[in-house]
Ligand binder design. Structure first.
Ligand code: FES
Length: 309
């Protein structure tokens, strides 16, 4: 996770009033290739310190001359999306981590059912390019708010024709998911309530877990500041209100494995010994949460936390 790529913004455009697309060209050497559904972490130098946000790559995986991301302006974020909307301009450089994939396509599927809510369309843009090249059987169900979260809608209408199904309110998930051909795979990305409803409906209809794939957009949210003690090294530090626990660990030189920075991949699992924890992940079971936390999203909600680090 230590490799960093430097990229230059070669184009920027507003896809909707709240979604900005950035095209990223390499500053030196070719960019690494990526698979459909991959994301990159963008390193953002905010006033409170460095923050890393994950964004899906929306460009064609067959063409890694440049990457594209689409960023939704978040009202409640710690400032990462605001920085990418309001501060960076064409010609500026950014640091990113190499692509990683936690939401891969299953190439053996007989039918790919893609179900996106709002900005959850982004990983499907690279899926669609790959599925078209493979001449695979797929359909896209896209739920959005017209004029606000309908990024890429015009292009998708032209490109997909009858493969595209659009909704401006929660669709009938039973109708979408029932009686689908054997070997179908379902992929969903968007706000957590939509993902929960889709997964629940798939369960009710008897879809095997191995054919239901989902990606949530969870970023670290602010919280109250607290003291942190690292028991093995004896270090003590203060985690700021706008800083995640993972960022605090990184700021003192600790390398904690991480991929999603959203509480879903399990990479950053860390044992804590003392402290009251606000668990915000979707990875740990309630039993595991008694001993472990995911520092990318979870944090102390009392005066102090001690970690087995
Ligand atoms: S980095 Fe994925 S759960 Fe923390």
């Amino acid at each position: 996770m230590s490799a960093i790529l430097e990229v230059r913004i070669s184009a920027a455009r507003m896809l909707t009033p709240v979604v900005r697309e950035l095209t990223l060209d390499p500053c030196a050497g070719p960019l690494p290739g990526f698979s459909p559904g991959s994301h990159v972490q963008v390193h953002l130098p905010l006033a409170e310190g460095k923050v890393r946000n994950a964004y899906s790559l929306t460009s064609d995986p067959a063409d890694s001359r440049h990457y594209r991301i689409a960023v939704r302006l978040q009202d409640t974020s710690r400032g990462g999306s605001r920085y990418l909307h309001r501060q960076v301009q064409v010609g500026d450089t950014l640091e990113i981590s190499p692509p990683a994939n936690l939401f891969a396509l299953h190439s053996t599927a007989s039918l790919h059912i893609l179900l996106a809510g709002g900005i959850g369309i982004t990983p499907f843009m690279s899926y669609i390019a790959a599925l078209e090249q493979q001449q695979a059987n797929f359909e896209l169900h896209y739920l959005y708010r017209p004029g606000l979260s309908d990024a890429y809608i015009k292009a998708l209408r032209q490109r997909l024709g009858s493969r595209l199904h659009t909704y401006t309110r929660r669709p009938d998930l039973n109708a979408i998911l029932r009686d689908r051909p054997l070997g179908s795979h379902l992929y969903t990305c968007g706000p957590q309530p939509l993902l929960d409803a889709v997964r629940q409906q798939a369960k009710v209809l008897g879809w095997p877990k191995s054919r239901v794939h989902w990606e949530a957009f969870n970023a670290a949210q602010p919280g109250q500041p607290f003291d942190l003690e690292l028991l093995r090294s004896g270090q003590r530090l203060r985690v700021g209100a706008e800083q995640s626990l993972l960022e605090a660990l990184e700021s003192c030189g600790l390398q904690v494995p991480n991929l999603c920075r959203g509480g879903v991949c399990g990479q950053c699992k860390t044992r804590y010994v003392h402290g009251e924890i606000e668990h915000r992940d979707s990875f740990l079971s309630p039993a595991e949460q008694a001993d472990f936390l995911m520092p990318c999203v979870s944090r102390g909600c009392g005066p102090s936390v001690s970690l087995d680090l």
